[in-house]
Design a protein around this ligand. Structure first.
Ligand code: PMV
Length: 362
């Protein structure tokens, strides 16, 4: 794949008068089997599976114009943001061999997130995949679209999103994606994610993810540092074996619509992720007291009402409550009446499974 994209890269002179604007919205995603631990160039130590979200998205516009040399400015929420700009700069420098035309362009990148800044929701998956979609869109204006159907190549988008931010690889596919090589799924790869859209029971396309904001504070340990701590974590080999086993069983449950197995694996994965943090050296805890309180209440509610809902956690204290649409009315009452009492200022975000990136400018 990499060689194809290297060969395909537009290496000619950007035509005079080449200018325009592209725009893409790309969603965040929530992992069920977690990617935690990496090697090489953003390659995962184990495969992961996620739901693509719908409401938590980044919307990115890139204005481009032929120039003598590469220059760019990055604006977040209308304000120039050098920190995030530096991430994009590093990505473009590292991978310019795939996009040599960049050296003849001046770019103005404007981005915003549809989710609140203080929601504790990581935006790197949505923002980096939105930027990569814009970059491939500009490239397609020079070389033509890379797929026969005239749309952008999502495998390529996933590959470059991964290089910008690991879990971003999964954001470019509708409904659900698998990233990482497993012999349980033909075509799976460590280099890019693949779509699971046609390999899941319809119930999973109706899933809601209600994100309960326990704390909107910035995390004390970044994901980058967390991945690095896995290198010395004594439980790492057992974890990677367990993740592979969970992938195998979750893929089966996703196909058959087995909600009990789905719940069992999803919750175990969330707790394993945080257990790994607790037994890293140095150890750290990202859950808050209300994270645990909410988990206990969810489990009790499930036991008492037999509602097939479950939780997962990202690398932070907020709780993602997952349930099929058929249970939405009941669960949303439960959230309003009970769970919001344990949320920061009662805040929660109603999200659900979505359709992947969307072109904002034709
Ligand atoms: O993509 P990163 O480097 O931000 O790592 C994401 C790690 C988790 O969100 C905790 C798990 C996952 O698979 O998304």
């Amino acid at each position: 794949m990499e060689n194809n994209w290297l060969n395909e890269a537009f290496k000619g002179e950007v035509p005079n008068g080449f200018l325009g604007k592209v725009g893409w919205a790309s969603p965040s995603n929530i992992a069920l089997v977690k990617y935690w631990g990496k090697r090489g160039k953003q390659l995962p130590q184990n495969p992961s599976i996620s739901f693509t979200l719908s409401e938590c998205r980044s919307e990115t516009f890139v204005t481009y114009e032929k120039a003598d040399h590469f220059e760019f400015r990055f604006f977040f929420d209308g304000k120039e943001n050098p920190d995030f700009g530096a991430k994009i700069d590093k990505f473009l420098i590292d991978y310019q061999v795939f996009f040599p035309f960049i050296n003849q362009l001046s770019l103005t990148i404007e981005s915003r997130n549809t989710f609140p800044h203080s929601s504790g929701i990581a935006s790197s998956a949505s923002s980096m995949s939105a930027f990569v979609m814009c970059l491939l869109d500009i490239e397609s204006k020079l070389v033509g679209p890379s797929t026969g159907s005239g749309s952008l190549d999502l495998c390529k988008a996933s590959y470059f999103s991964r290089l910008a931010s690991g879990s971003a690889a999964r954001s470019v596919f509708p409904k659900m994606a698998l990233w990482g090589t497993t012999n349980c799924f033909k075509g799976s790869s460590d280099e890019y994610a693949v779509s699971l859209e046609n390999d899941i029971h319809p119930v999973f396309t109706t899933y809601h993810d209600s994100i309960l904001i326990v704390s909107g504070e910035t995390k004390s340990v970044s994901s980058r540092a967390g991945h690095a701590l896995m290198e010395e974590n004594p439980y790492a080999p057992a974890r990677y074996a367990q993740a592979n086993e969970n992938i195998k069983n979750l893929l089966k449950a996703l196909k058959s619509g087995d909600l009990d197995t789905f719940i069992n694996i999803t919750e175990s994965e969330a707790l394993q992720l945080h257990a790994l943090m607790m037994c890293s050296n140095p150890s750290y805890i990202l859950m808050k007291p209300n994270t645990l309180r909410i988990i206990e209440i969810i489990r009790q509610f499930r036991e008492e009402t037999k509602t097939p809902l479950c939780f997962t956690l990202d690398a932070g204290p907020n709780v993602h409550l997952l349930y099929p649409d058929s249970e939405a009315a009941k669960v949303e009452h439960f959230i309003q009446d009970v769970l919001t009492n344990y949320c920061d200022q009662g805040r929660w975000i109603a999200d659900r499974v979505g359709n992947g990136p969307k072109k904002l400018l034709q």
